[in-house]
Design a protein around this ligand. Structure first.
Ligand SMILES: [Zn+2]
Length: 455
């Protein structure tokens, strides 16, 4: 029987688009760069609201692609909430989750409090902020990503009237990829607007489920879950969670690949946030590492550890880049083509989760320095390219929004159209890849067939 999966699901929850659910408003009443408005703009555009589409033709194509599978997941019941808290403990410490939950519940309605002092970027930033419902909203975001994984990777096609989505986009916030085992990384001094690492939580929960299933079936192949992070900032939290929780004896279950800007100084306060994510291969070639990354080597799969592929890009504002340094759109695409995709093909994932930050877009405050110079100049086409290439691997792809803020104009506030355009283009890439998954590494292992009984 041919595959009954097609299309891309759009998965969210009303709290993801509601300002009061995770209020980040600045002290002067101005909108924080990481606000519900970003997710609402994406949601509206992907649902075909004509006013939201920066590129109407692409908007219409993408809206048609997701139209069959628009899912607002239900509110978590107390029991489900407790279950997601347990899953969050697969990657975060119980003490961090407890402290974050208390910090939020002790706030009065309408109050907004800084969680960490460190500013991210030099735009209309502000510390990582929390309000009364932030923790429950962060857990709800985990549940959205979990529901998307279930839709594309776990649920049997027959259960869903013989049709199910092939891939999914999760319109979620708060972002999560800077949240490490204990939340804010002490060395980095910030949490980059992140609270609970929804992508890492969903990856760990899904891997645990696959482990149980393969043990029951006496399968010899361990499950493999890849996380691809295209946010302009290194996902230091995700890398830390995977290394610390699954680095030893993890059975080679996880691969983390990231393409990000990196610029570091003697004074870490001057680093481009978070100042981590050096390329282990580059460092090995140079004979020394400026800031050693613990264990792991890019690209080569260690059968018993977490594979990490860090692909740093040099910001465009650096006047004298090192010879061979990757930068700009061409550098981004080269990193994806030459490093990320080969590593993924070798790894043959059962599931690809994407930390879909679109703050590498030209003009986004997330990659702009104090002088207004861009560090990266990505266009929607670059995100379409990534979506298309990832979908061609053959495994289901579940992308969750991370950073991506748009332009800021002192008089008019935020223009979120680049966020919408880049996310829509990524979804278009997923959709346009069609059924190119046939013959992929994962399919060759028979994993897909065993999982959803489509063949
Ligand atoms: Zn970012």
């Amino acid at each position: 029987m041919a595959s009954r999966r097609s299309g891309v699901a759009l998965v969210s929850h009303p709290a993801m688009r509601e300002a009061a659910a995770h209020d980040t408003t600045l002290e002067d009443g101005a909108e924080h760069q990481e606000s519900a408005e970003r997710v609402r703009a994406v949601w509206d555009a992907l649902r075909g609201a004509p006013s939201a589409a920066a590129e109407p033709e692409r908007g219409a194509r993408v809206a048609a692609a997701v139209a069959d599978f628009v899912v607002d997941v239900p509110d978590l019941t107390p029991r489900e909430s407790a279950a997601w808290l347990e899953r969050a403990k697969l990657v975060h410490s119980a003490s961090y989750l407890g402290a974050l939950s208390r910090a939020c519940s002790e706030l009065r309605d309408g109050a907004v409090s800084p969680l960490t002092p460190r500013f991210l970027g030099k735009g209309r930033g502000g510390a990582t902020r929390v309000s009364r419902r932030s923790f429950e909203t962060a857990l709800q975001a985990c549940a959205v990503v979990g529901a998307a994984v279930e839709l594309v990777a776990t649920a049997r096609v027959e259960d869903r009237a013989h049709v199910a989505p092939r891939h999914a986009l999760c319109a979620v916030r708060p972002p999560g990829h800077h949240a490490g085992v204990s939340g804010p990384n002490a060395e980095v001094g910030g949490c980059g607007f992140c609270l609970v690492n929804a992508v890492a939580v969903a990856a760990a929960a899904h891997a645990a489920e696959l482990h149980r299933a393969s043990a029951a079936a006496c399968a010899r192949e361990p499950p493999r879950v890849a996380i691809v992070d295209v946010d302009v900032h290194h996902g230091n939290g995700t890398e830390e969670c995977l290394r610390e929780r699954f680095g030893q004896g993890g059975g080679g279950t996880f691969l983390y690949a990231s393409v990000h800007l990196l610029e570091t100084f003697e004074d870490p306060n001057l680093d481009f946030f978070p100042g981590t994510g050096h390329d282990a291969e580059d460092a090995a070639r140079a004979g020394a590492r400026k800031r050693p990354a613990p264990g792991g080597a890019g690209g080569r799969r260690d059968p018993d550890a977490v594979t990490v592929v860090n692909c740093p890009l040099t910001p465009l504002w650096v006047r004298r880049p090192k010879r061979g340094a990757r930068r700009g759109r061409a550098g981004f695409r080269a990193a994806v083509s030459d490093r990320v995709l080969p590593a993924l093909r070798g790894f043959a994932p059962d599931l690809v989760l994407v930390s879909l930050g679109v703050d590498g877009a030209l003009g986004d405050v997330g990659n702009t320095n104090e002088a207004g110079d861009p560090g990266l100049d990505l266009q929607p086409e670059d995100f379409r390219f990534v979506g298309s290439e990832l979908a061609r691997l053959g495994a289901p792809v579940v992308a969750a929004l991370e950073g991506g803020y748009g332009r800021f104009d002192e008089g008019r506030g935020f223009d979120r159209s680049s966020v919408v355009g880049c996310v829509a283009a990524f979804v278009e890439g997923l959709q346009q890849s069609g059924s190119a998954g046939v013959g992929s590494a994962a399919a060759a292992r028979g994993a897909a067939d065993a999982r959803d009984g489509e063949s």
